[in-house]
Design a binder for this molecule. Structure first.
Ligand code: ADP
Length: 435
């Protein structure tokens, strides 16, 4: 400061000094802002006519924004954003596709001054086959593999790729990571994933059980191990992800050893609109005796069966429960079949375990329906489960906790957070690769 004595400084110097000082202050503000701004991961979950997104702090799971573009490729295409609990819906412009949705998303992110905080993009990819059991940096070669795997997941992988390519166009400066839904189940032993079919169908065509909902099962088992305060590598659980799609998994030493979804997400327990396990001969009967085409059988098993097919009312568990209370017999039957099949599957997984630390419920139904949980637990008394009805009623709508009676094995409700797993694993991959 000494050299700034008025006598020594000309007007031009003063201006320069002020400017420099201003620059220093500006830089200081930038640095402070830089430290205040959290790095965020953009999580993309792209379906054939929808694109879900979340902008998330991978450390805390806190979302700066989330939303969904729906009814894509139709005139009703729209996108909704949720920031600080406030929702905003915009109609999308022609051609109403995934690219239009991404452009609107980028506009919104930019308007909210969040663009520069995004450090990477994590994509949910449904099928990683046997090749991908880890989060994977997306390269042209990985995209080719995801495209090849579309023959195993024709509804999902092409849509996931559309999301990746639409995102790449606008975020070309950022790395993109694929998190595969099948990855967590790649630890299943052969005896759990080989079908009772000629072995060459597996060797030559990859026909085996893969399992899905991996990120959800992974998230809730991690949470359950912290609730138990026991290292995950020493924990054995059965987790039940019950949403529109449902899957049960057996976890030994923190790793998946069996799961109810198989070659596709059609196998296993009864779901919202999917049949789950049926005698395969029913398909021949439908085609040969009842004149169904293969397309019709596909639609029947995937979209017209399950809770919807049995009840004839809805695939939505809330609606069926309302009808159950109103005395509707088909609603009761749908719920009875649904719960019995789930209880049977849980019991069957006792063959995979030599001890069990507890049962976990998650997914829209698992997190919210005390009726379904109670019916399932009541059918598992031989395995030592009993619900505490008061806790079971209380732990809903985003709450986490035990719902078992003191005499019962532990049973928890744990709200899933697949987006957080994707954000976290994307961040880890970048750190591990030194990026
Ligand atoms: P998805 O598989 O599409 O992600 P979700 O995990 O969102 O599905 O679960 C959707 C299911 O959760 C629907 O069947 C819905 O009825 C059910 N659900 C949500 N809230 C409740 C509730 N309060 N009671 C019963 N079922 C509920």
């Amino acid at each position: 400061m000494k050299i700034l004595s008025k006598n020594l400084i000309k007007l031009r110097d003063i201006k320069t000094f002020k400017f420099k000082k201003a620059m220093i202050n500006y830089q200081h503000v930038e640095i402070v802002n830089h430290f205040m701004k959290k790095p965020l991961i953009l999580v993309i979950n792209c379906g054939s006519s929808s694109l879900k997104f979340s902008l998330m702090d991978p450390k805390t799971g806190e979302e700066s924004l989330n939303g969904i573009a729906q009814c894509l490729l139709s005139d009703n295409a729209n996108i909704s954003f949720k920031v600080n609990g406030e929702k905003q819906v915009l109609a999308l412009l022609p051609p109403f596709d995934h690219n239009t949705a991404i452009v609107e998303l980028v506009n919104f992110i930019t308007k909210n001054n969040l663009f520069e905080q995004i450090t990477a993009i994590g994509h949910r990819v449904v099928h990683g086959g046997e090749k991908y059991h880890q989060p994977t940096l997306i390269t042209p070669q990985v995209k080719n593999e995801i495209a090849k795997l579309a023959k195993l997941a024709p509804l999902h992988n092409p849509a996931n790729l559309v999301g990746i390519e639409a995102t790449e166009k606008v975020f070309s400066h950022l790395l993109q990571v694929a998190i595969f839904d099948t990855a967590f189940h790649q630890t299943m032993p052969e005896k759990a994933y080989i079908y009772g079919l000629p072995y060459n169908l597996y060797q030559e065509h990859g026909i085996r059980r893969y399992g899905f909902h991996g990120t959800s099962h992974y998230f809730v088992t991690q949470r359950a191990s912290s609730l138990l305060q026991k290292p995950l590598e020493q924990c054995n659980f059965i987790s039940a992800h019950l949403g529109n799609g449902c899957s049960i998994s057996a976890i030994v030493n923190g790793k998946s050893v069996d799961t109810s979804l198989g070659f596709t997400p059609l196998e296993g327990v009864v779901m919202g609109t999917r049949s789950g396990d049926i005698d395969p001969s029913i398909i021949f009967y439908l085609v040969e005796q009842l004149g169904y085409s293969l397309d019709q059988v596909n639609t029947l098993l995937n979209k017209e069966s399950g809770l919807l097919g049995i009840s004839g009312i809805s695939n939505d568990c809330r609606t069926i429960e309302e009808q159950l209370l109103a005395g509707n017999k088909r609603a009761k039957l749908a719920i009875d079949v649904f719960c019995y099949r789930i209880a049977k599957k849980i019991a069957s997984f006792s063959a995979s375990l030599d001890n069990l630390d507890g049962l976990i419920f998650t997914g829209g139904i698992g997190e919210n329906s005390n009726t379904i949980r109670s019916l399932i637990l009541n059918q598992l008394s031989l395995l030592g489960f009993k619900a505490n009805e008061q806790l079971n009623e209380e732990i809903r709508f985003g709450k986490q906790g035990n719902i078992n009676d003191t005499t019962s094995r532990p049973c928890w409700v744990i709200p899933t957070n697949e987006e957080w797993v994707i954000a976290e694993q994307t961040q880890h991959l970048l750190i591990n690769k030194g990026m």
